[in-house]
Design a protein around this ligand. Structure first.
Ligand SMILES: Cc1cc2nc3c(=O)[nH]c(=O)nc-3n(C[C@H](O)[C@H](O)[C@H](O)COP(=O)(O)OP(=O)(O)OC[C@H]3O[C@@H](n4cnc5c(N)ncnc54)[C@H](O)[C@@H]3O)c2cc1C
Length: 506
């Protein structure tokens, strides 16, 4: 039996982070009627607690060369060329939105994260002063970068200026197709009631990845799962809906992730990000004044990685995935963080980020509240430290002595950590905590072409269906900082325009 259609819209956008908001604005500006569905109590997604930096480029050819090298053949040239070209013009689009809301963009130069050809063409655009969203956004539920909040406030103001309807607490559940397989609408759960939406132009899925879906992580990642660093709303819904209508998937293994700590309160659902140190470019001078005051050791008490990779937020999780077939175990999950009293006094070890109603956790400036909470454990000497980790004291003494010798010689002969970042661990008491891989955002999802049309495994578009943002991101191997947000704006805009343009008679 056919279900009754409740509402007809030109374009329905699923998800209201940066990508969904931009797609909605673009579809509206193309003359379409637009509805945005957001499953959480307020819009913003991960976007609202991000650092808010949009990657831009001066030259599209140079940006394409760089993106090609970092994607290692995992993404077709046409998709990367469109992204590269978009990076040269996206600043103008954001500037226009900002001007309409009485604010301005800020431009800065910053190379890519690796010394690939084209790296020097890049920069960032941010919006430092977002328009006042009054009490429309509950900012107390957001802990993250000021610029991320400002950028979302700008988009939110732009949707309100256009009177675009955003329905919160409304979860898209299934796409609807006609007899030819064309997507013609979707079903949703609206405030606990079934709702059906029919579309004239198309559906844009901008509903993020699977940061908070452990079942999906288990299927696609090497035996490990990782807690989201920020947000519980992205549970792979868009991926399942796309699979249901025949979409191909890509980049499912690839996630933007590092390592972090966990709260002792079982109600705290997120990983806690470490203090953010500056990224560094291999081959260039490392800053002299940046010290990372800790090491990581595995469950045997051995260091196993360079704790300070060039772009730690992106690749820091990868070394944790090592499986030891002799013991049939993952000896680095969890691993252990170790610092001493000098490190404790230097700066806060953790920097929580989240977008979640009712949450209020900040890291103390001297790390002592976290000792009281049990997130960090204190040990008066190495022997007590080794008891906490449950390894022989001599093993830990050996690891720490080798580290301290490396600090004295200004050289990490084991993992080539930048010498300037090294700090001895010698002043008791010591601080120790379990450390786990964490996911900032996933990159996997439906394959799309340069028009953001979702493709089936034969490379044919699934008619009426578009994807934008981190859902099916173009980044398939190495990521460029600010790339996901750039993609939200560039791909979101293309998807919204494309879907809007499909409406007959407009
Ligand atoms: C702390 C942190 C800092 C970051 N900083 C940067 C940065 O500076 N630069 C950068 O490029 N990237 C950064 N990232 C990554 C980047 O923020 C995200 O990849 C990007 O914002 C994702 O935007 P999106 O619109 O695709 O998804 P989101 O912003 O997550 O929006 C998706 C929305 O879809 C909703 N949704 C999900 N399922 C459904 C459903 N079934 N029905 C309805 N709604 C649904 C969700 O609730 C959510 O609101 C950062 C990530 C983190 C965690």
């Amino acid at each position: 039996m056919t279900k009754a259609v409740e509402e007809v819209w030109d374009v329905v956008v699923v998800g209201c982070g940066y990508a969904g908001a931009v797609a909605a604005i673009a579809a509206h500006d193309a003359g379409a009627t637009v509805l945005v569905l957001e499953k959480m109590p307020q819009p913003g997604g991960i976007s609202i607690c991000s650092a808010g930096g949009i990657r831009v480029a001066k030259d599209a050819d140079a940006a394409f060369k760089y993106l090609s090298a970092t994607n290692a053949g995992t993404t077709p040239d046409e998709v990367l060329k469109t992204l590269a070209e978009g990076m040269t013009s996206v600043a103008g689009f954001v500037e226009e939105l900002a001007a309409a809301e009485g604010t301005e963009i800020v431009r800065s130069s910053a190379s890519g994260n690796y010394p690939f050809p084209g790296t020097e063409t890049f920069g960032f655009v941010t919006v430092e002063d977002g328009p006042d969203s009054g009490d429309m956004l509950d900012k107390s539920s957001v802990r993250g970068g000021e610029d991320g909040l400002a950028l979302f406030s700008l988009l939110y103001a732009a949707t309100r200026r256009r009177e675009i309807k955003i329905e919160v607490n409304t979860r898209a559940t299934r796409l609807r197709t006609d007899a030819t397989g064309k997507v013609i609408g979707l079903d949703a759960d609206r405030h606990g009631h079934a709702a059906h939406f029919r579309t004239n132009g198309g559906v844009v899925l901008a509903c993020g990845g699977f940061e908070a879906d452990y079942a999906m992580q288990k299927q696609y990642w090497q035996g490990i799962t990782a807690r989201s660093a920020a947000f519980a709303g992205n549970t792979g819904d868009g991926i399942r809906m796309c699979q249901d209508v025949g979409a191909d998937l890509w980049h499912m293994w690839h996630y933007h992730g590092s390592y972090g700590l966990r709260h002792t309160d079982p109600e705290y659902p997120f990983a806690i990000r470490m203090k953010r140190f500056p990224d560094w470019l291999p081959g260039e001078q490392f800053p002299d004044d940046v010290k990372m005051p800790y090491i990581l050791v595995d469950q045997d008490g051995n260091r196993f990685m360079n704790e300070y990779d060039p772009y730690l937020q992106d690749t820091g999780a990868r070394p944790f995935a090592f499986f030891d077939p002799q013991r049939q175990a993952f000896p680095r999950i969890p691993a252990w963080f170790i610092a001493d009293e000098n490190g404790r006094k230097r700066h806060p070890f953790g920097k929580p980020t989240y977008h979640q109603a009712g949450m209020s956790f900040s890291w103390s400036s001297d790390n002592l509240c976290e000792v009281d909470l049990g997130i960090l454990q204190r040990a008066d000497d190495i022997e007590s430290l080794s008891r906490i980790i449950d390894i022989p004291t001599e093993q830990l003494e050996h690891t720490i002595a080798r580290w301290n010798d490396g600090c004295a010689a200004s050289s990490d002969d084991d993992f080539a950590r930048p010498a300037q970042s090294m700090m001895p661990i010698s002043e008791p008491p010591y601080y120790v905590a379990q450390v786990w891989p964490l996911v900032n955002n996933t990159q996997g999802g439906p394959v799309h072409d340069e028009r953001q049309r979702v493709l089936n495994p034969y490379g044919e578009p699934v008619s009426g269906l578009y994807a934008a943002g981190e859902l099916g991101s173009a980044f398939g191997y190495l990521y460029i900082s600010g790339g996901n947000i750039a993609e939200c704006f560039i791909g979101g805009r293309i998807a919204g325009k494309e879907a809007g343009a499909q409406v007959k008679g407009k």
